[in-house]
Design a protein around this ligand. Structure first.
Ligand code: FES
Length: 356
C-alpha cells in the first residue's frame, strides 16, 4: 500500500502526516548510527591474513620486476624495431615494452596498496564530529595520536614483508625516470646548424622542387604576390627520412617587385625578386603558411609571430627571436631555380649552442 492511499488513522505512530519516518522524539533525520562492525576473514583467521600479506607482497614484487623490465627494455630493443602485437598491429617494440612495463609497475603498487587496505588494515568506522576548521592544540595532539594509532594498526612496522617490498617497489619506480634521461642524448653536434641544402655548391647546385607538383621550379612559375613551397631535389615523400628532413628543409618562396625589397643583402640572395626563406618559425618551429601579399608579411599561426619578407624576414611582431633564415638561390643552365648552399642561419627555434 502506498503512503498516498494510507489514511491518517492507519499510519503507524512512527510516521508523520506525510508518511515521513520520525524518531521517538520527533526528529525526522534521526542518526541511524553506525552499522555493527563485521570482522573480515583476515581479522579472525591468521592464515587468511598471512595469505593476504603474501598477495600484497607479490604485487609489490611484480612492480619491482616490471621496473627492472622497463630498464632492460632500453638496453634490449633498438629504437627502430617494429613488432606485430595483436590486436594493436605494428608498433615500436621499445615504446610498447616501456609502456607495458611502466604501466604494470605502477598498477601493481596501486593494487597492492588497495589490497593491503581492504584486507589487513583496520576497517573500524569512526564517527567524526564537525568542528571549527582551525583545530586547537588538544585536537591536533589527538590527530597525531590517531595517526600513530592508524600507523600501528596498518601493520606497517609489524608486517615487515609488506613494508620492505613496498619500500623496494617505491624505490625502484623512480629509476624508470632516470633511464629516460638517455633520450636526451646523444648531443646533436652540428646537426642543428645544417639542413639538407648543405650539400648544394656552386659546382653542384640542388634544384628547388615544388611541394605540390613535385616538379622542378622555374622563375616564371612564381608570380608576384604568390606563395609557393619547395623541398630539395632528391628528397622523396615516401622515403624513410622525409619527415625528419622536411622539418628542416622546407622552403617558402615569394616574389616581390625588386624595388619593393628593402634589404639589399636579402635581395642579392634572391633571383629577380624571388626570395626563398625557411618555412620553419624561429619561435618554436611551427610551419608558416600565411602570407599577406600587400604588406609582404608572413604570419605564423601558432603564436602570431610576424615576419617582414621584404626586409630580410625581420620579426615585426610576436615572440620569435630571429628573422627567418634565407636560402641563396639562382637558376641553372636549364633555367630551373637552384640553391648553391645552405641557409644563412640555423633554421628553427633558438637553442643553447647557437653561435650566430
Ligand atoms: S611557433 Fe611561430 S610564433 Fe610560436
Amino acid at each position: 500500500m502506498s503512503h498516498d492511499n494510507m489514511s491518517k488513522d492507519t499510519l503507524p505512530e512512527s510516521h508523520d502526516s506525510h508518511g515521513t519516518e520520525v524518531a521517538a522524539h520527533g526528529d525526522p533525520f534521526a542518526d541511524p548510527g553506525l552499522p555493527a562492525h563485521e570482522p573480515r576473514r583476515t581479522d579472525i583467521d591468521e592464515r587468511a591474513a598471512k595469505r593476504a600479506e603474501r598477495q600484497v607482497s607479490l604485487l609489490f614484487i611484480l612492480s619491482m620486476l616490471s621496473t627492472v623490465g622497463f630498464i632492460a627494455s632500453f638496453v634490449i630493443f633498438p629504437i627502430d624495431k617494429i613488432v606485430y602485437i595483436f590486436p594493436i598491429g605494428h608498433v615500436s617494440a621499445l615504446n610498447f615494452s616501456l609502456g607495458l612495463t611502466l604501466g604494470v609497475a605502477l598498477f601493481c603498487i596501486g593494487a597492492g596498496a588497495v589490497h593491503w587496505a581492504r584486507t589487513l588494515m583496520s576497517d573500524h568506522e569512526l564517527p567524526a564530529e564537525r568542528h571549527a576548521i582551525e583545530a586547537d592544540d588538544e585536537v591536533r595532539a589527538d590527530v597525531i595520536e590517531q595517526f600513530k594509532t592508524g600507523a600501528a594498526e596498518s601493520g606497517f612496522g609489524r608486517r615487515k614483508m609488506i613494508r620492505n617490498t613496498l619500500i623496494g617497489s617505491m624505490a625502484l619506480v623512480p629509476l624508470s625516470g632516470v633511464v629516460l634521461l638517455r633520450d636526451l642524448g646523444p648531443l646533436p653536434e652540428d646537426k642543428l646548424e645544417h639542413t639538407g641544402w648543405k650539400e648544394a655548391t656552386k659546382a653542384k647546385p640542388i634544384q628547388l622542387i615544388n611541394m605540390n607538383t613535385n616538379e622542378p621550379m622555374k622563375p616564371e612559375d612564381i608570380v608576384v604576390g604568390s606563395l609557393s613551397f619547395a623541398k630539395p631535389e632528391g628528397l622523396e615523400e615516401d622515403s624513410h627520412e622525409f619527415q625528419v628532413q622536411i622539418a628542416k628543409d622546407a622552403l617558402m618562396l615569394i616574389r616581390i617587385a625588386p624595388e619593393d625589397i628593402k634589404d639589399k643583402e636579402s635581395r642579392d640572395k634572391g633571383f629577380e625578386g624571388i626570395l626563398a626563406y625557411s618555412k620553419i618559425c624561429t619561435h618554436v618551429g611551427c610551419p608558416i603558411s600565411l602570407y599577406e601579399q600587400q604588406t609582404h608579411h608572413a604570419l605564423c599561426p601558432c603564436h602570431q609571430s610576424t615576419f617582414d619578407l621584404a626586409d630580410g624576414a625581420r620579426v615585426i611582431f610576436g615572440p620569435a627571436g630571429h628573422p627567418l633564415p634565407q636560402l641563396k638561390i639562382t637558376v641553372d643552365e636549364k633555367g630551373y631555380l637552384v640553391a648553391t648552399g645552405d641557409f644563412d642561419e640555423p633554421v628553427g627555434p633558438s637553442y643553447w649552442e647557437r653561435s650566430r
